[in-house]
Design a protein around this ligand. Structure first.
Ligand code: NAD
Length: 257
């Protein structure tokens, strides 16, 4: 059956970083389905991906000059590339912190700086944060980097708003990708307990939001921070307390399961 729904990103040129797999690959696919001309990039070689290390000014400068020549402008940027490092506060080393921040914070900053000259009013930038940016998540290098990215997103939204360019961040919770496949099974179980919707997320839970934020459907939304986390961050730590006393204080009968 052919899809006759109007394409929301027809002809828009969109750069996605970290698109060799996981959320980035799914975002690139979803944006392409909506008619965008997607430049999928990654530091890792993958079919259909152009090589770009987000920490490299040279890589960004080369990409910007290629895009200027081929399209003349860029309508969207998804700063999706990211790395984690699961050291805790007592054993994280300064070099780990610097390496994670280089990819997760400097990378998005360089992307914005290099593609900005090609962006016009209506352009949209999506920064992929994390629920770590909203909480005290234990891998401190990762958490501090995502809090910094949150700050960068807000500053960029303020500074670029007068130019008609929007900047929003999304904050995924536990999404099934290579990144979470390397987490301890106990971490997955703890996430399920902490998540009101009672499941982990898939890349398909994230992509519609990215499409929306890049499209004109979100034309008055900038500086927003949207969790995609099954409710994990909304309860602010109250869920284990609620779960602990549910049986003792049930007054109106059980909720539907
Ligand atoms: P992933 O590990 O599958 O994908 C990350 C991609 O980034 C990889 O393809 C990797 O090669 C690429 N990358 C790493 N360093 C790079 C660099 N220097 N330059 C260019 N690309 C680089 O993980 P994912 O879950 O798809 O992660 C996507 C984004 O979502 C990341 O920013 C991550 O922090 C964030 N996130 C993931 C989760 C989750 O549960 N999976 C939760 C919250 C936030």
């Amino acid at each position: 059956m052919s899809d006759l729904s109007p394409k929301r990103l027809l002809g828009k040129v969109v750069v996605v970083t970290g698109a060799a797999g996981g959320q980035g690959a799914a975002e690139a696919e979803a944006l392409t389905r909506e008619g965008a001309r997607v430049i999928a990039t990654d530091v890792t070689e993958a079919p259909g991906c152009r090589r770009l290390d987000v920490t490299s000014e040279r890589d960004w400068a080369e990409l910007a000059s290629e895009l200027e020549e081929s399209y003349g402008q860029v309508h969207g940027l998804v700063n999706n590339a990211g790395v984690t490092w699961r050291a805790r506060i007592d054993d994280v080393r300064p070099e780990d912190l610097a390496r994670v921040h280089a990819v997760n914070v400097t990378g998005p900053l360089l992307g914005i700086q290099h593609l900005l000259p090609l962006m016009h009013p209506g352009a949209s930038i999506v920064n992929v944060g994390s629920t770590a940016a909203l909480t005290a998540h234990y891998p401190v290098a990762y958490t501090t980097s995502k809090w910094a990215l949150r700050g960068l997103s807000r500053t960029a939204a303020m500074e670029l708003g007068p130019h008609g360019i929007r900047v929003n961040s999304i904050h995924p919770g536990f999404i099934e990708t290579d990144m979470t496949a390397s987490a301890a099974p106990a971490f997955r179980e703890a996430n399920l307990l902490a998540t009101p919707l009672g499941r982990t997320g898939t890349v398909g839970d994230v992509t519609p939001l990215v499409v929306f934020l890049l499209s004109s459907d979100s034309s008055f939304i900038t500086g927003a921070e949207i969790p995609v986390d099954g409710g994990l961050t909304a309860h602010g730590g109250a869920k284990p307390l609620s779960d602990a006393v549910r049986d003792q204080h049930q007054q109106k009968g059980p909720l539907p399961t």
